[in-house]
Design a protein around this ligand. Structure first.
Ligand code: UDP
Ligand code: MG
Length: 348
């Protein structure tokens, strides 16, 4: 199976002596996870030899997440909160985090403590060694159910087979990326943001750090089977044209088989005369071609729908408010209420 091969050449670009690391944490209905997360991050990073800021993206939660985050920003000068106008999804939240992060490097992390904050120090150490991307590699997937494990494996297999960009198989979004990778990603104009793919697309010297992924600390997963399915489709359609092109080959094979079958029928009719029965074979052929055509039109539809979304050029997310750490002026003020959202972001 073709698989991911990291660019493991280290960069010799110097790192700042006391860098600022931005922690980007997307939150959607996470009222029970926010406080333990903030505590864990603080515990791990308080004595570190780098500065940090935590950037929470409030992705249109329906529970008390927003109030919790705003309260947190008022007591903690390192916390900034970007409140979306509605739920835009994790990929959009990550894009917003990368747009607003100010650090020399950015750590993308889930707020449910499935990505252990204790690893951040190790990520930064690897980054200092010269890697521009340091990703968390899940040593095992025991915290996922059997169905998710099998479907995830199938997805990575298929993806790596048909896409030129290969994904590391056991990496989630949990990773540190250098400022220049952030800049590259922020410059991408596309609306459909399959971040795992975009991280891999960017390239740059990368290394994985193995870790065991714990269970969720609180709450439950936000990704239903249907959401994951659409997420997988998004990934494949954004990174491969194989599902589009395969139909020419399927067409050629079917045309060839049809030609053989047609020849047999013609010859048989010429020798044995007309035999009227044929209802069953006729029906089979009609149904078969009907389905093949519908499937191929459906695949076309997947690409056209995404083309349509790209062409409309709607922003990836809309920001409602930003609460923030304006370090000189004190914590927790409403820094910005965004009215003209289109000037706020366009993904670039
Ligand atoms: N998330 C988000 N917006 C969404 C769904 C999820 O910001 O629409 C966040 C969620 O709050 C969490 C992270 O993305 O911090 C990962 O979600 P989850 O833990 O549900 O995914 P899983 O770990 O089950 O794959
Ligand atoms: Mg999780």
């Amino acid at each position: 199976m073709p698989s991911y091969k990291a660019n493991d050449r280290k960069s010799e670009r110097p790192r700042p002596a006391r860098p600022l690391i931005s922690i980007v944490a997307p939150c959607y209905n996470e009222e029970d996870a926010v406080a333990p997360f903030a505590k864990a991050v603080q515990a791990v990073l308080e004595g570190a030899d780098f500065d940090y800021e935590i950037l929470f993206i409030e992705d249109g939660s329906a529970d008390g997440t927003r109030d919790q985050l705003v309260a947190l920003s008022k007591t903690r000068p390192r916390v900034r909160v970007i409140v979306f106008s509605r739920n835009f999804g994790k990929e959009a939240a990550l894009s917003a985090g990368l747009d607003h992060a100010r650090g020399d490097a950015v750590v993308v992390i889930d707020v449910d403590l499935q990505d252990p904050p204790a690893l951040i120090g190790e990520f930064v150490a690897k980054w200092r060694e010269g890697y521009d991307v340091v990703y968390g590699a899940r040593a095992d997937r025991s915290s996922d159910g059997a169905a998710k494990r099998v479907s995830a494996e199938g997805f990575y297999r298929l993806f790596n087979r048909i896409s030129k960009i290969k994904l590391p198989e056991d990496a989630g979004d949990f990773r540190l990326i250098d400022r220049r990778v952030v800049r590259a990603l922020n410059a991408l104009p596309e609306r459909s943001r399959f971040m795992k793919g975009l991280f891999a697309w960017a390239g740059f010297p990368a290394v994985g750090v193995p870790y065991v992924r714990p269970e969720r600390a609180a709450g439950e997963t936000k990704f239903s089977f249907w959401k994951l399915w659409n997420f997988a489709l998004d990934g494949i359609v954004s990174f491969s044209t194989a599902p589009l092109r395969i139909w020419s080959y399927i067409g050629v094979v079917i045309a060839f088989l049809s030609f053989i079958y047609a020849s047999i029928i013609i010859i048989r009719t010429a020798i044995m005369g007309v035999d009227v029965p044929g209802y069953a074979s006729l029906l089979v052929v009609v149904l078969f071609f009907g389905s093949v055509q519908l499937i191929s039109v459906g695949v076309l539809g997947e690409y056209i729908a995404r083309l349509f979304a790209e062409v409309k050029r709607r922003p990836i997310y809309l920001v409602d408010e930003i609460y923030g750490a304006d370090l000189e002026k004190g914590a927790g003020r409403l820094v910005e209420t965004v009215d003209a959202a289109y000037t706020e972001n366009s993904g670039s």
